[in-house]
Design a protein around this ligand. Structure first.
Ligand SMILES: Cc1cc2nc3c(=O)[nH]c(=O)nc-3n(C[C@H](O)[C@H](O)[C@H](O)COP(=O)(O)OP(=O)(O)OC[C@H]3O[C@@H](n4cnc5c(N)ncnc54)[C@H](O)[C@@H]3O)c2cc1C
Length: 408
């Protein structure tokens, strides 16, 4: 997957990270006619990441990247809107029937990531998988990159660097930037296979509960994804990273567990993950900038992370193209203020959504969200690390709940 000649180590732009933001930035640079661009991705192949809801406004972004027709051919599942029990017991609906851009999608995330990397390589970008940036040093002409590739350490030089390493913000932090934290939720995802011929609900469902909120979406491969967002302390105290307490918690919901009886629960596929909300400070510096989650991560409640990553990537590509072609500095300032405005909008929307839910004023989860809604309050240094899921629970499932699958 490499379009650059072997040994051609002087790059115009190095994109570090091959998620949606990195691929969008690299594609944007290719579309702007910038040559000698390479993308370095730490994983040897596209990873399956959590988060599959893509809103309708991703459509113009995919068009701008020149990949819309190919995206449609991928056959991801349409998402016809959202329903939520939030601030009350009954479900409220917001469907995409009247949305000017049409429906959104529930993605097969691994296929989406793999397809984006393929599109990037096909656009002429050198995509180097299994290659992790471990150090970065400023030089007279840009940056020296120390990478660890499939065959050992590699050194490359680049005039500009785009940090697309996700919430790790690896490049920016090596260059001295810091993350200003707003919040950190923990998610435990589980997957169900409904019986054949079950009618599929193509709406995303969100249900607030005293400990947090549940999310449910139908994936293109027929599985149902269910996730609980909660506090780390709740997760630990109630062992919610283990299948049995997690299923018991789900069974207490009014809507999220509806219609799951008879489904197969894939207990070995359970995953727990931190979802931080923060902004990077600064997100742009001399010769480098950050995109996507590296520049700032949003609360998954807003389901905006992937679209924002594509948007950041496209805009960053324009900034870097103008740096290279015209030596302009102004677009960089524009990009920085755009990121700041987008983060403020996220803070505002998040505050508004969490304020609607008033049923459990004393519950730690809702109290913590209200505290976090008051803005970027604290600077913490923990990293968002996956927590290994437990599997030693005893089988005392409620009868109404589906049977967990044997190890597959
Ligand atoms: C639980 C959860 C649920 C979510 N749900 C949704 C949702 O429904 N809808 C939505 O739109 N968003 C959702 N999101 C957010 C969404 O997944 C992210 O916003 C999106 O993936 C950001 O894309 P990115 O390219 O910036 O970062 P990432 O997708 O994280 O990609 C970063 C890439 O950089 C690579 N990398 C890291 N370090 C290095 C290094 N040193 N060298 C080389 N490569 C490196 C990584 O391997 C990775 O592939 C969710 C997030 C979480 C945690």
């Amino acid at each position: 997957m490499s379009a650059n000649k072997p040994g051609d180590d002087r790059l115009a732009v190095a994109v570090i990270g091959g998620g949606p933001a990195g691929c969008a930035a690299a594609l944007g640079l290719a579309r702007a006619g910038i040559e000698r661009v390479a993308l370095f991705e730490a994983s040897p192949s596209a990873r399956s990441k959590l988060g599959e809801s893509l809103p309708p406004d991703a459509r113009p972004l995919l068009r701008s990247l020149g990949v819309w027709d190919s995206f449609v051919e991928q056959g991801h599942a349409p998402c016809l809107g959202n329903c939520s029990a939030w601030g009350g017991d009954s479900l409220g609906y917001s469907d995409y029937v009247m949305h000017p851009l049409g429906p959104g999608w529930h993605l097969d995330r691994q296929r989406f990531e793999s397809w984006l990397l393929d599109q990037t390589a096909q656009a002429g970008i050198g995509v180097e998988l299994g290659t992790r940036l471990v150090a970065i040093t400023r030089t007279d002409h840009g940056f020296r990159l120390d990478l660890r590739g499939p065959n050992g350490p590699v050194q490359r030089h680049a005039r500009h660097v785009i940090d697309a390493t996700g919430s790790n913000a690896r490049v920016a932090r090596l260059l001295g930037a810091d993350r200003r934290w707003l919040d950190r939720l923990f998610f435990t995802y589980g997957y169900f296979v409904p019986p054949p011929d079950t009618a599929v609900n193509r709406l995303t469902l969100v249900e607030a509960v005293p400990d947090g909120w549940w999310y449910r979406a139908a994936l293109p491969d027929g599985r149902l994804a269910l996730a609980l967002a909660c506090e780390l302390q709740t997760l630990r105290e109630q062992r919610l990273d283990r299948w049995q307490p997690w299923l018991n918690h789900l069974a207490q919901t009014r809507h999220a567990a509806t219609g799951l009886a008879g489904s197969l629960f894939l207990k070995d596929a359970m995953t727990t993950m931190a979802a931080p909300s923060f902004r990077l400070e600064p997100a742009i510096g001399d010769g480098w900038l950050a995109v996507g989650d590296a520049a700032g991560a949003f609360d998954p409640l807003l389901a905006r992370g992937i679209a924002k990553a594509l948007e950041d990537g496209l805009e960053a590509a324009q900034v870097v193209a103008r740096w290279l072609q015209q030596g302009e500095c102004d677009p960089a300032a524009e990009y920085a203020s755009l990121l700041a405005a987008r983060f403020q909008t996220m803070v505002f929307l998040r505050k508004r959504f969490y304020a609607i839910e008033q049923r459990w004023p004393d519950a730690p989860f809702w109290q913590a969200r209200r505290r976090a809604s008051s803005g970027v309050t604290a600077l913490r240094t923990e990293r968002a690390k996956p927590i290994p899921s437990g599997s030693d629970s005893k089988p005392v499932l409620r009868q109404a709940m589906p049977r967990p699958a044997e190890r597959r």
